[in-house]
Design a protein around this ligand. Structure first.
Ligand code: GRF
Length: 215
């Protein structure tokens, strides 16, 4: 029997790109369950674009349109067009600083994931690590979730806790949350691509239901 085709993934990133690198490296080692076929950034100066070029991953800057916090509808169209041209079947948000709306989410229904630097539903929105640190929590962490039209509130696929240690400052805590993200995101993408799961209400139940691409 012929091998199943490799699942092609697209990553959207606005900044540093450390999660993009973790995903691309996991793919290169065969640990992601798919290959990273394209990186798209809304910021021409995003370091993520340079990382992609260094790693040999096709990379594009695409104009996000005039709004600061979302992709304009015509931009969503451009983004979906580029992802489709590259054969992308699922999209991984990795520090992408714009909310996606129907134009995008209907094109990639049930196939968009995000990573957030807190244990959701605590501290959604910007600067999740700072919010948790300033709140004085003893444990924070990171969350990988399915993306819907809400802000950081789609069904949770996985979480990883990070304790706040005596003597931590925002910088040291941020570094440990990032380390946790770089483990959690690739391992959750692999699970998402390879294991069946059901979404029951808000709960993701692994091992029940179907694989993501047969829903
Ligand atoms: C990460 O903390 C991620 O959780 C959040 O944005 C940050 C992106 O960091 N969504 P990087 O660009 O991947 O280094």
């Amino acid at each position: 029997m012929a091998d199943a085709p490799v699942i092609r993934l697209g990553v959207l990133a606005s900044g540093r790109g450390s999660n993009f690198v973790a995903l691309a490296e996991a793919a290169r080692c065969g640990r992601l369950g798919g290959e990273v076929a394209l990186l798209v950034s809304d910021r021409a100066e995003a370091p993520a674009l340079g990382h992609a070029r260094r790693l040999g991953v096709p990379a594009l800057h695409l104009d996000p349109g005039p709004k600061r916090t979302r992709l304009a509808p015509e931009a969503e169209h451009r983004y979906v067009g580029a992802l489709r041209e590259h054969g992308v079947r699922a999209v991984l948000l990795a520090g992408f600083m714009r909310v996606l709306h129907e134009g995008f989410l209907e094109a990639y229904a049930g196939a968009v994931l995000n990573i957030h630097p807190s244990l959701l539903p605590a501290f959604p929105g910007l600067e999740g690590v700072r919010q948790a640190f300033e709140h004085g929590v003893a444990v924070t962490g990171c969350t990988v979730h399915l993306v819907d039209a809400s802000l950081d509130a789609g069904p949770i696929l996985a979480q990883r806790p990070v304790p706040v240690l005596p003597g931590d400052d925002l910088e040291s805590l941020t570094a440990r949350v990032h380390e946790a993200e770089h483990v959690l995101y690739p391992e959750t993408v692999r699970r998402f691509l390879t294991e069946p799961f059901a979404v029951v209400g808000r709960r993701v139940v692994w091992g029940a239901g179907e694989r993501w691409d047969s829903r």
